[in-house]
Design a binder for this molecule. Structure first.
Ligand code: UD1
Length: 426
């Protein structure tokens, strides 16, 4: 197992560029299956989840090629297998995204039912119900979801809960359904809009992009398209918090500031001086200790649950007490137990964490439990006195491209080492 070693204390300073968004590139890669020719996707981040998606599509018979600029060409013309096996689904829940496109395009899909995960139960009932509304016959047998439909028929779908991949799955399926579908209470995340824009380039007819009502007029077929993925707002936010927690000054480039309104507002509340350009954000703490900020997670445009662990880490060293309330996933405070090992003062009550800011943290061996929790722990390590060893960091590679190189370039004392087996929690 890999481990990240951080020696805390250095204020981060300098410039860092942002990679393409994980949560946009995965559905876009999957959507390329809907085309009758190859698609070329650029600004693809070098991430484990991208590799897993390539493996998934490759096993189904799609032809994939990656060039030197990390552009991926996906040609679905050789597709013969319409199955996402458990061994891949269990490493990446986003595999569920193949369900809608496979049924819509090939009339048949078998996708292993994702089990629980570190941050909660994460059911997919809303995906399945909406697919049934589009006329698919859906059964769950032997741990697999099996869906069939000769042709999908348009429907009016109202999601009970805002679901990002649920909206994406059904939007993709509806592009090839007969008639005009409406998705109400749709997720408004920028990654959903990016997927919609890619589908439109493929010939789909979608309106209401970026709103909570999507109207999708089904078409007979879609073509391959070229598309550049939007910048990752969660990676952007993570680097901004890295600057704030270390009282540093970081200039983030190749990003999309308007997707980070709620994060920027909260960072300003900590006392950060933030300037914004078309595609950059500059955060300067002027050496000041950040102030505590309360956070409540919510669907976009609210505060992203994927930024919660990073703000929990930030609040461990702020002036004052903060309350963090997690409303999206029921078990997303796994990082708290690890932060306590660094000397943080946190009490979890139900879905809230009360964090009393300390003047400092002390380094210790800790364990990453999921993707965003890992990021929060690395951020805490940047400010903890002495050495922090974050074990099990394979989670971080699912969603952050070259995290240690990028943080190192900003002056962090960080390196990847083989796990010394320092942490054992059997
Ligand atoms: C996506 C993101 C993930 C992010 C999350 C919330 C991707 C690949 N992943 O995950 O990074 O943390 O959105 O912003 O884009 N729910 C149900 N039934 C369903 C579907 C969802 O009850 O059928 C519930 C979930 O348990 C959760 C809430 O709805 O409580 C939101 O989940 P959802 O938006 O679906 O998350 P994902 O799409 O899995």
């Amino acid at each position: 197992m890999a481990c990240i070693q951080v020696i805390g204390g250095a204020p981060l300073k300098g410039e860092v560029w942002i990679s393409g968004a994980k949560n946009a590139v995965l559905p876009i890669m999957v959507a390329s299956l809907l085309g009758d020719g190859p698609s070329v996707i650029s600004n693809v981040p070098h991430l484990q989840d991208v590799t897993t998606t390539m493996e998934l599509l490759g096993r189904m018979g799609a032809t994939l090629a990656v060039d030197d600029h990390l552009r991926i060409e996906i040609d679905p013309r050789g597709m013969q297998q319409f199955e996402a096996p458990y061994e891949l689904v269990k490493t990446m829940r986003a595999s569920i995204l193949v369900l809608g496109p496979l049924v819509a395009r090939f009339g048949h899909a078998v996708v292993s039912l994702p089990g629980g995960c570190a941050i909660g139960s994460r059911p997919v009932d809303l995906h399945l119900r909406a697919l049934q509304q589009l006329g698919a016959e859906v059964t769950v047998v032997n741990g697999n979801i099996e869906a069939r439909a000769e042709t999908l028929k348009a429907a009016n779908i109202i999601f009970d809960t805002v679901t990002v991949t649920g909206t994406e799955n059904i939007m993709m399926a509806a592009t090839l359904a007969e008639g005009t579908s409406v998705i109400e209470n749709a997720a408004q995340e920028p990654e959903v809009a990016d997927l919609a824009n890619f589908l439109i380039k493929m010939g789909a007819k979608i309106s209401g992009v970026g709103t909570n009502t999507l109207i999708i007029e089904g078409v007979k077929k879609l073509r391959g398209a070229e598309y550049s993925v939007l910048p990752d707002r969660i990676e952007t936010g993570t680097f901004l918090v890295a600057a704030a927690i270390t009282r540093g000054h970081v200039h983030v480039t190749r990003t999309q500031p308007r997707h980070l309104d709620s994060v920027i507002e909260k960072l300003r509340e900590t006392g950060a001086d933030i300037e914004i350009g078309d595609d950059w954000i500059d955060l300067d703490m002027h050496g000041r200790r950040p102030k505590a900020v309360n956070i409540t997670t919510a669907p976009y445009p609210g505060f992203a649950t994927d930024m919660q662990a990073q703000f929990t880490a930030l609040n461990t060293i702020t002036e004052g007490t903060a309350i963090i309330t997690e409303t999206i996933f029921e078990n997303r405070f796994m990082h708290v137990q690890e932060l306590l090992r660094l000397g943080a003062d946190i009490t979890v009550k139900g879905n809230s964490a009360i964090i009393r800011g300390r003047s400092g943290l002390t380094g210790a061996p800790i364990m990453a439990t999921d993707l965003r929790a890992s990021a929060g722990l690395v951020l805490a390590g940047l400010v903890a006195n002495g050495t922090t060893l974050v074990d099990d960091v394979h989670h971080i590679d699912r969603g952050y491209e070259n995290i240690e190189e990028k943080l190192g370039q900003l002056g962090a004392k960080i390196k990847r080492t083989a796990s010394a087996g320092v942490v054992s929690r059997d």
